[in-house]
Design a protein around this ligand. Structure first.
Ligand code: NAP
Length: 306
C-alpha cells in the first residue's frame, strides 16, 4: 500500500511534509520517482501527465489537491472504477469570497480604471445596492461568495443546475433559467466547474443577454471564456470590462492582448489557493477510509464531471 504525490511543475515538498507530519511511517512516492507502481493505491494529484494513471494497476482513489477536478476528469484514460475526490475547505471559501468582493469593489468604485485611464477626473459610480451580482455556479464556493456579497449590501442571484435555497439569493437553474438570470445581472461572476457543458459558456451569445455595460469576473477556469468574444463585446461597449484570474494558457503569455487592455484586470490564478497543511487532514482521512472500505468524503461523479 502506497501513496503517490503527483504534481509536475508544482512544489511537492509541502505536500510530503504535511503528510509526513500526520503519519511519519506512511509509504510515499513522489512522481516521477516511483519504484513499485503496483503498490500505488492512492494518488494525490494536480495536473498529472495524461494517461499516467494506467501505469498503476492497483490505484483506487485520485484525490485532487484543489477544489476543481477538471485536470483529472479531462483525461479520457482515467479508469472508470477509480474514485475521485476534491477539496472542500473553509479557508478556500473565505479566500475566494474576499477575493471576489475585492474585484467587485474595484469595479464598482472604478479603482484601477482611474489609474489605467491616467485620469484625475472622478468617474461616476453606482451605489452597491444598485448592482445585481449574478453568480454562475452556486456550489461550495459560489454560495460562500453569495453570502459575502449579501453581507456587503449587494443584490445577489445565482444560476446552477439544481435550484438552491440560500436566504436572500434569487436562484435560477437549468437552460430555461439562464436567460432570466442574465437579463438582470450587471456584474457576472463565473464559479462553474469546467465540464463539457460549461466549456466556452462565457461567449458572445451569453454576453449579449446581459444588460449593456455589464462586467465579467472569471475566477473559475480559463476554458469557460471565449477570449475573442470578450474583446469584441468590450470594444462594442456591450461589456464595460472584466477581471480575469484564470486563463486558457497559464501563465498568460506576455504577448497576450489581455495584458495591455485598459478594461481587463488580470491576476495570476490567486483567487483561492490550497494550503497543503490545511487540507491534508481530509486527504489522509479519505486514505484511511479507503483502507477500511468506508465511503469516501467529497467524492465527485466522473459522469457529471464535478
Ligand atoms: P461545486 O461545489 O462543485 O459547485 C459547482 C456549481 O456549479 C454547482 O452549483 C453546480 O450546480 C453548478 N453547475 C455545474 N455544472 C453546471 C451547468 N452545466 N449548468 C449550471 N450550473 C452548473 O464547485 P466549487 O467548489 O464551488 O468550485 C467551482 C470551481 O471554482 C472549481 O471547479 C474550480 O474550477 C474553480 N476554482 C478556482 C479557484 C481559483 O483560484 N481561481 C480556486 C478554487 C476553485 P448544482 O449545485 O446544481 O450541481
Amino acid at each position: 500500500m502506497s501513496v503517490l504525490i503527483i504534481c509536475p511543475g508544482k512544489d511537492a515538498k509541502k505536500w510530503v511534509e504535511a503528510l509526513k507530519d500526520l503519519e511519519p511511517r506512511i509509504n510515499l512516492s513522489v512522481y516521477p520517482e516511483v519504484q513499485e507502481p503496483e503498490n500505488i493505491n492512492y494518488a494525490i494529484s494536480w495536473k498529472h501527465p495524461r494517461g499516467i494513471f494506467k501505469k498503476y494497476p492497483n490505484l483506487r482513489v485520485i484525490a485532487s489537491m484543489g477544489a476543481g477536478v477538471d485536470h483529472i476528469t479531462s483525461d479520457p484514460e482515467i479508469p472508470e472504477n477509480i474514485s475521485i475526490t476534491r477539496i472542500i475547505d473553509e479557508q478556500l471559501c473565505k479566500d475566494m469570497s474576499s477575493f471576489v468582493l475585492s474585484l467587485v469593489m474595484n469595479k464598482v468604485r472604478n479603482i484601477s480604471l482611474h489609474h489605467s485611464a491616467r485620469s484625475w477626473e472622478p468617474l461616476m459610480y453606482n451605489q452597491v445596492e444598485e448592482e445585481q451580482i449574478g453568480i454562475m455556479g452556486l456550489g461550495t464556493l459560489g454560495e460562500a461568495v453569495a453570502i459575502k456579497l449579501l453581507a456587503n449590501d449587494f443584490k445577489v442571484s445565482g444560476w446552477s443546475k439544481s435550484k438552491k435555497h440560500i436566504e436572500g439569493v434569487q436562484s435560477y437553474n437549468g437552460e430555461r433559467g439562464l436567460s432570466e438570470f442574465l437579463k438582470r445581472t450587471t456584474l457576472l461572476v463565473c464559479l462553474l466547474p469546467l465540464t463539457s457543458e460549461t466549456e466556452n459558456i462565457l461567449n458572445k451569445e451569453l454576453f449579449e443577454q446581459l444588460p449593456k455595460g455589464a462586467y465579467i469576473i472569471n475566477v473559475a477556469r480559463g476554458e469557460h471564456l471565449v477570449e475573442h468574444d470578450l474583446l469584441e463585446m468590450i470594444d462594442k461597449k456591450q461589456l464595460s470590462g472584466a477581471s480575469l484570474d484564470v486563463f486558457r494558457n497559464e501563465p498568460l503569455p506576455q504577448e497576450h492582448p489581455f495584458w495591455k487592455h485598459p478594461r481587463i484586470n488580470i491576476t495570476p490564478h490567486i483567487a483561492s489557493v490550497t494550503d497543503p497543511k490545511k487540507v491534508i487532514g481530509q486527504i489522509f482521512e479519505n486514505y484511511k477510509r479507503m483502507l477500511e472500505n468506508l465511503p469516501l468524503k467529497n467524492l465527485i461523479e466522473l459522469r457529471k464531471g464535478y
